[in-house]
Write a protein that binds this ligand. Structure first.
Ligand SMILES: Cc1cc2nc3c(=O)[nH]c(=O)nc-3n(C[C@H](O)[C@H](O)[C@H](O)COP(=O)(O)O)c2cc1C
Length: 196
């Protein structure tokens, strides 16, 4: 985590949790106690959503439990390399329609992204690393986890205790550094669209 603090300097005085959160692949293999995992899910629960519809649903498996192989086998080989040391794998899905009227929700994916970010930030605050993943078999996930079509499969994430980057393969070690961000001026503009 200290690497992230040094490498990621914000231009404005935001709370440090935003820059401290980074997606390390080095995870120790230590388990996550159930109550700590619930803490992360609780944070996700309080995300905002259109009409407070809370379209997110989260399926999960802890390591060394019967559900783990089903989740782990969804991952592409690249992700399996490092996610084998995660303590939990989670899958975010989101309901496409509103509960109150059955109409399509335009923002169910957006809302569920907020839930994922809440989970990731809570994880950072409790000494866990989280890494989102789109590298998995979406069709197999639907089939293996019996997810109805009414729910869009969004993304998976790995949660774990930080590990030693030296224990990663050379290929993964070469990728293991906190990312930067483009300048704020290239992300926000006052008034009309003026981006490159
Ligand atoms: C929805 C989503 C999908 C991602 N998919 C993968 C993935 O399949 N494998 C991987 O190693 N990292 C994956 N990442 C991690 C991103 O590469 C990482 O979040 C990004 O480079 C920004 O770095 P940071 O999270 O450390 O700030 C994913 C992240 C998100 C949010």
């Amino acid at each position: 985590m200290t690497r992230a603090i040094k490498a990621r300097q914000a231009d404005h005085a935001i709370h440090p949790v935003f820059t401290r959160r980074w997606s390390a692949r080095a995870m120790s293999g230590a388990p996550i106690p159930k109550d700590e995992l619930m803490l992360l899910f609780e944070a996700a629960r309080w995300a905002p959503s259109a009409y407070n519809n809370q379209p997110w649903r989260i399926l999960y498996a802890q390591r060394d439990t019967p559900a783990w192989p089903t989740f782990f086998n969804l991952l592409v080989d690249f992700n399996k390399q490092w996610a084998q040391n995660a303590a939990a794998l989670v899958l975010f899905i989101s309901k496409r329609t509103f509960d109150h009227n059955g109409e399509p929700s335009y923002t169910h994916t957006y809302d569920t992204g907020a839930a994922w970010q809440n989970l990731a930030l809570q994880g950072t605050m409790h000494g866990y690393v989280t890494r989102g993943m789109e590298g998995f078999d979406y069709e197999l996930a639907r089939y293996a986890l019996q997810i109805p079509e009414a729910f869009r499969i969004e993304a998976m994430a790995a949660i774990g205790k930080p590990g030693r980057s030296e224990d990663l393969s050379p290929e993964l070690l070469a990728l293991e550094s906190p990312t930067q961000r483009r300048q704020l001026a290239s992300t926000v503009c006052e008034g009309k669209f003026r981006f490159d």
